[in-house]
Design a protein around this ligand. Sequence first.
Ligand SMILES: [Zn+2]
Length: 273
Amino acid sequence: MKKIYWYIICDGKLFLPNGELPCEEFCPVAPAEGMIVFGLGLIDGVPARAVCCQEKLTDLVGLRDAYELLPEKFYKPALVALEKVLWDLNSQRCPVCGGRMDPAGFSSKRCCTCGKPQYTIIAPAAIILIKRKKSALLVRAKNFRGSFYGLVAGFVELGESLEECVVREAYEETGLKLKNLKYFGSQIWPYPNSLMLGFTAESINGDITLQDSELTDAQFFTIDNLPELPRKDSLARKLIDSWIAEQTAASIPQSATPSFSDLEAFKSAAILS
Ligand SMILES: [Zn+2]
C-alpha cells in the first residue's frame, strides 16, 4: 500500500490529528469540491500532497504553532501547502467576467469563458536589520505576538523597487536614513501569499522617531543587552544571528588568538618544563 503525506488545509490552518501529519493511502477527509490537489514532492521518498477541506474539522493548528509540532522536513512543505491552497481558493472565479477558472499549468489558471490567464500572486515584503556602530535596531510592532523584539519590515508598494521599499519603511517607522544596503536572503511568508526579502543596512542618523501607529518601541541594542529575540526559523532571527556572529568575531582581539609561533613557543616551553 503506497502511503502519502496529506497536508490538509482548513480555514487557513493545518489538520494535525494528535499533533501529527496524516500519512495514509487516501486522504482521510473529503477534499473540497472543485479544488486542486497539489503535489508537494517527496519527503524521505514518500509523496506529499496538499488539499483544501471545507468540512468542520477539529485538530486544526495554525502554521506558526505547527512549527513547534512538526520536524523541519515536514514544516516547509506546510508553508507551501498553505500558499497553494489559499491561491486556489481565492482564484475560483475570473476577475473579468466571473467565469470558472480552470488549472492551466503548474502555477496558473485560465478562465473557461473569456480565456483570461491568472498566475499565482506573490506579495514581496522587505525586512531590514539596521546597524549603527556596534548596535542593531530591534523593534516591537503592535502586531507581534509574545514579548520578543524583531526588525523593521513592510510590504513593497506598487511602482517601488525593493531598495526603495527598505529605505521608505525604515524612514516611516523610525525616522532613520540608510546607507550600505545589502541583500541577505529570503523566506516564504505565507500569511497569506508573501515572500520576505531580508536586507542589512547602516543608519546615517541615530535619532529614532517612532511611528507609534505600528511600533510600540524601537531601540539600538548591543550584543550584551539583547531583548527576547524572534523564533529561530524566522528570517528576522537569521539576520540577527548573523549580525551577532559578526559582532562576536569582531570583538575577539587579534592577540587573543595564538599565532603559530606562539603555539610553537608554548609547546617548547611545555616540553622543557
Ligand atoms: Zn473570464
